[in-house]
Design a protein around this ligand. Sequence first.
Ligand SMILES: [Zn+2]
Length: 305
Amino acid sequence: MRPFSCYNKNLKGSFAMKIIDSHLHLCQTEGFCRTAAFAHCENSMVYVQKEFAKNNIVMGIGMGNQPFDTKDTAPLVCNLAGQMILEPYNYPQNIACCLGIAADKITKENQKQMVDSFAQALACFHIVGLKVYAGYQPYDLLDWRYLPFYDLAAQMQVPVVIHAGDTANSKGLLKYAHPLLVDELAGHFPQTFFVIAHYGSPWLADAAEVVCKNKNTAIDLSGLLAGPIDPDTVWREQEGYFSLIRTWNQYMAIYDRLLYGSDWPLVPMAPYIEIMSRLIPARFQEDVFYHNARRIFTRIQPYTE
Ligand SMILES: [Zn+2]
């Protein structure tokens, strides 16, 4: 049974509606190349563009995994291929990026310089948000290292995406990645908008409640599966998990602040869209797959009309 699916197999992988993938990774590091191979994807911009065209994805927002390098004198921004750049890179207009905050590189001495570097980088139209690696970085979300970045995000009107929930490796510390922590953060920074990545999984109810309570927060649906997924098999095998997600979506009625994201290359694009579409009632799909991202990542609006 496919109660909520609007996926049309006759279109050979195409979606009728426009899609914005608000969370993916475009980094050609060894780790991401391995991840891509595991999911039967090719970690290249050419492949990404082909998949975007096939699935009607009009914009992808990459999470900048490479930190700022404070050893260098000039402010460096990591581009989506994992190279350090000084100037806005000549990316296709359908690729944007959130700058990752390397909190472990921030000291009392260099903090101001780091914030200034980010402010300068935000002049580039490709940079549409900031990213906090909670759990991977062993700091509380209200740690002094982060505070001026939240103010900067409010000033520049870009959201802050926060990794939440399970970490990809055992070195991560879950106590810093629990979505409930975003509740206090959102209250302290009412002018800043926060996106809880990965639905805070497995703390789905906590993430949904935080978003329900705090109007300056949203959830992204990225990274809930990994590998070369077959939609029908996964749907059957993970029935309980999907039913929890649907339950909290419905109960909290947070469809205006749910964002489609894949975490590609963890999963191939088409099957992930298929699965996520089954979790969202048809009448809310255009919001979740397209409109909400445009409203939250305001900078992408001119490029996604
Ligand atoms: Zn991610």
